[in-house]
Design a protein around this ligand. Structure first.
Ligand code: PBG
Length: 307
């Protein structure tokens, strides 16, 4: 049986469209005969732009609509930033493909300052990420963190309007949108441990759609898959969504997987970290072990206060 046209469900933000077009291009490269079409949609996360994400709550604000499209066969695959997807999927859907990861770091963006350390007392830094907030406050307690929502373009516009002295964004988003020159500093992971899945694109599809899943196979990157599997296992064990101050960075060298994890309080006064290493084949177990070490050190109390 042949696929007539492979349909890609995507959000309409420029970054989401870039990622969907990237997947489209990769698919056409590997399957020159295949017709691929984007199905852009508006999600709840895009509509509720003015409320802080951490307050709206609800996991998967950005993915639900896309998943409905997959279940209704209005689309065959959904392209997501892995950072934005919940730990669990609706019955019948799965994260079947993990594309090669790009830069995992956060970026410091400012029109006046060249790096975080330069910011004076009471400088206003924009971010809505509790993970970024807690690490900013931990390293630079003199800074003021102010909420910042919207897609990458509107966040930059708010910076340019003078509402903030600096803002923090994922470096990869700026690179993909060819806004790399806005990055004043790629923040070292020692200062700002990234979000689970940051910098990686994932593809969700119907678990039993073997024809589609076969077409996706060449897009899967095994190295990234080990890292993401470990990070997501940690997040799942901590019951973290994307609105919690949890960070994780995994590094794979040869077959050894090293994971650094962090849970912190919003004021940055309590920061819990842990580190585990093991074989890549044990990726999920390592993620769980990392979560357990964080919990043993008191992560639960911090997370409960926020929930
Ligand atoms: N929360 C929004 C979001 N989801 C994914 C990315 C960037 C791409 C990625 O991290 O993989 C961003 C923007 C940002 O954090 O600056």
């Amino acid at each position: 049986m042949q696929v007539q046209t492979l349909k890609i469900a995507t959000r309409k933000s420029p970054l989401a469209l870039w990622q969907a077009n990237y997947v489209k291009a990769q698919l056409m490269l590997h399957h020159p005969q295949l017709a691929v079409e984007l199905v852009p949609m508006v999600t709840q996360g895009d509509v509720l732009l003015d409320s802080p994400l951490s307050k709206i709550g609800g996991k998967g604000l950005f993915v639900k609509q896309l998943e409905l499209a997959l279940l209704n066969h209005e689309a065959d695959i959904a392209v997501h930033s892995i950072k934005d997807i919940p730990a669990e999927f609706p019955q019948g859907l799965a994260l079947t493909t993990i594309c090669k990861r790009d830069d995992v770091r956060d970026a410091f963006v400012s029109n006046r300052y060249t790096d975080l350390a330069q910011l004076p007392a009471n400088a206003v830094v924009g971010t809505s990420s509790l993970r970024r907030q807690c690490q900013l406050k931990a390293h630079y307690p003199h800074l003021v963190v102010k909420d910042l929502r919207g897609n990458v373009g509107s966040r930059l516009a708010k910076l340019d309007n003078g509402e903030y002295d600096a803002i923090i964004l994922a470096a990869v988003g700026l690179k993909r949108l060819e806004l790399q020159e806005r990055i004043k500093q790629a923040i070292p992971i020692e200062i700002m441990l990234p979000a689970v899945g940051q910098g990686a694109v994932g593809i969700e599809s119907r678990e039993n759609d073997h024809i589609i899943n076969q077409l996706l196979k060449p897009l899967d990157d095994q190295h990234t898959r080990y890292c993401i599997t470990a990070e997501r296992a940690m997040n799942h064990h901590l019951q973290g969504g994307c609105q919690v101050p949890i960070a994780c960075y995994s590094k794979l060298e040869n077959t050894r997987l090293n994971l650094q994890g962090l849970v912190g309080s919003l004021d940055g006064k309590t920061i819990i970290t842990a580190n585990v290493t093991g074989d890549q084949q044990q990726a999920s177990e390592l993620g769980i072990k990392l979560a357990q070490q964080l919990l043993e050190q008191g992560a639960e109390k911090i997370l409960n206060q926020i929930r």
